[in-house]
Design a protein around this ligand. Structure first.
Ligand code: AKG
Ligand code: FE2
Length: 251
């Protein structure tokens, strides 16, 4: 007997649903996204997109302060969302792999995650920004990025994510990784740094990034090994992957 094909009820990342989503976003724009209205930041300029593409080309990764580009209002609204998901126990233990291959190996990663659907006003605004970055990188680097997927992550005290790359080489799935952090006053003693390894000599650490509010890290998913060191306090972030494949996997 044939098995029915089960598709996710809502997936904002396929082109058809993205079109619907844009239409809705356009209407809502006229009313304005109250929670994220935030004048006085530069936004996503062509110069900033040049900078992102340059960083990826030169060393395969970069870390930068994005408050002036995404806006403090949007970052605060996203931080509030992930905190609410955390305190209401809506975050799920993260796994490794997808679908039938999913394993939850607590010795490899201990974070909890919640996938974004792009439905709430801050997520809708974020998706518009991510879309501009996707297009901007494609225009400059010809990466053929077709879509993105994104989840919030929380690491409680003691949680970590061991050294890994975000995509298996040659699978052309996840191509560019982007991580945004939402933690005010993060100190070196709070641990939880993202440790980045050199793409040409993967045992060599070439970056140690504090997960501070407004900081973003961008890197080539297949090439840059990285690791989240054990955190000593709750650590909030959002990860996004720009992908070359068209068809979404079930969440
Ligand atoms: O939160 C971070 O700094 C990185 C997270 C990460 O490597 C991942 O989710 O694949
Ligand atoms: Fe990763």
């Amino acid at each position: 007997m044939d098995h029915p094909v089960v598709t996710p009820i809502r997936d904002t990342l396929t082109s058809d649903t993205r079109r619907q989503f844009d239409a809705v976003a356009g209407e809502v724009d006229m009313v304005s996204d109250v929670t994220t209205v935030d004048m006085g930041h530069e936004g996503i300029s062509e110069e900033w997109l040049d900078e992102l593409a340059g960083g990826l080309t030169e060393s395969g990764w970069m870390s930068l302060d994005v408050r002036n580009h995404l806006g403090g209002g949007l970052l605060n609204a996203l931080r509030d969302e992930v905190r609410i998901l955390d305190v209401t126990d809506a975050m799920k233990k993260a796994g490794i792999g997808r679908g039938a291959d999913l394993t939850r190996d607590r010795s490899v990663r201990r974070d909890r995650i919640a996938w974004l659907q792009g439905i709430t006003p801050p997520q809708r605004e974020l998706f518009r920004c991510l879309e501009r970055i996707r297009e901007g990188l494609n225009r400059r680097l010809f990466l053929g990025l077709k879509r993105f997927e994104s989840h919030y992550a929380t690491y409680q005290s003691g949680d970590f994510y061991r050294k890994h790359v975000d995509s298996f080489a040659g699978r052309a799935s996840r191509v560019v990784s982007l991580v945004l952090y939402f933690n005010e006053d993060w100190q070196p003693s709070d641990g939880g740094e993202l440790q980045v390894f050199n793409r040409d000599s993967p045992d060599e650490v070439c970056g140690l990034i504090l997960p501070e509010m407004g900081r973003m890290v961008l890197f080539l998913s297949e090439e840059i090994p990285h690791e989240v060191l054990p955190a000593n306090r709750a650590r909030y972030s959002l990860a996004c992957w720009f992908r070359q494949d068209e068809v979404p996997l079930p969440l």
